[in-house]
Design a protein around this ligand. Sequence first.
Ligand SMILES: CC(C)(COP(=O)(O)OP(=O)(O)OC[C@H]1O[C@@H](n2cnc3c(N)ncnc32)[C@H](O)[C@@H]1OP(=O)(O)O)[C@@H](O)C(=O)NCCC(=O)NCCS
Length: 382
Amino acid sequence: MRQPTVVISGTGLYQPPHIITNAELVEAFNAYADLQNAHHATAIAAGERAPMTHSSVEFIEKASGIKQRYVIEKDGVLDPTRMYPRFRQRPDGELSVMAEIAVDAARKALAAAGKTPADVDAVYCASANMQRAYPAMAVEIQQALGAGGYGFDMNVACSSATFAIEQAVNAVRAGSANCVLVVNPEITSAHLEWRDRDCHFIFGDVCTAVVIENADTATATEQWEIVGTKLATQFSNNIRNNFGFMNRAEDSDPLARDKTFMQEGRKVFKEVVPMAAAHIEAHLATFKYQPADVRRFWLHQANLGMNQFIIKKLVGADLSGTVGADLAPLILDEYANTASAGSIIAFHAHKADLKAGDLGVICSFGAGYSVGSVIVKKLTLP
Ligand SMILES: CC(C)(COP(=O)(O)OP(=O)(O)OC[C@H]1O[C@@H](n2cnc3c(N)ncnc32)[C@H](O)[C@@H]1OP(=O)(O)O)[C@@H](O)C(=O)NCCC(=O)NCCS
């Protein structure tokens, strides 16, 4: 039997209503640090405790390339007596926040693909954090959309989207689904430690959605053939969050530092850059492609410097110039790191100008460690 051609026929983006600029973020953090230092003045004076030091806009922009981030709730994050978002606990009968933003992005992706929820056979909710243990977020999203088939959740941290795309491709190739909706709701603001200077600037909230279907039924005016997918993992503790259902049984503090995002940023940078570059090169080689054959790389959006290094390793180009930016567009200056959604936002926002036949690579990398690449080719449509 002929293997079906599988395409991405639509993408969608939910963008939260609030922006936090670096200046606002730093002002709140510094006010928090001053309050903490005043509160612990005696211990600090006695040398029993180190004072907290201020954050700075210059450091954030130079070290990461991030200039602002979108969040669903802003006031709690910027309240120096709180420093995390404030969400109303919704009753069980009401649509959850995570499902709400997923439904918004999903509807936009379905509209772009020219599909209705009735065409969807499966919903994969792939994200770095799920709002609850069960029922699966994907099943709630499936019901809210009015889609058929089945849904399930999956988590491979920042690589959740690319890993889900491979599962969708496999389902369509195997014939168990004809049209799969992949959604990546990332409410990173709720698991970021806004009180830690080393990482308080890293994340932003967003949701992306991708429609993956059999090319035989695709009707969208723009379609991307999925040439191939390749996933890899290698265990590392350098990005870790210990929040989980065992916390209570372990009698551990649910508010302790290790129950939110933690990382060894320098180590991650050094170890993941070569891993991602080698992964992309090896994946392209299986189809006899060279990195120079690729018209655009939609890379994970964690750090400007990381992406510059990866592109330099692959094609020798400098991403700080216009050619580099065109080759691997950045969205992290506006969105910050949005975990699994980053490379998909880049693809969503920077694909329309490519020509039929152009080759591209979507690539994620992050906790696990995990790396996922998706080679796509813009289809020539009649
Ligand atoms: C997080 C990251 C931006 C930090 O940049 P960095 O250059 O490694 O910075 P470091 O953490 O080594 O800190 C450098 C110095 O700046 C200081 N610093 C840290 N945060 C600061 C802040 N907000 N404001 C001012 N100074 C700060 C540090 O204390 C350190 O000071 P020291 O040299 O006196 O010890 C960077 O490591 C990174 O992006 N890594 C990859 C992360 C990643 O991809 N994570 C997500 C998973 S996909």
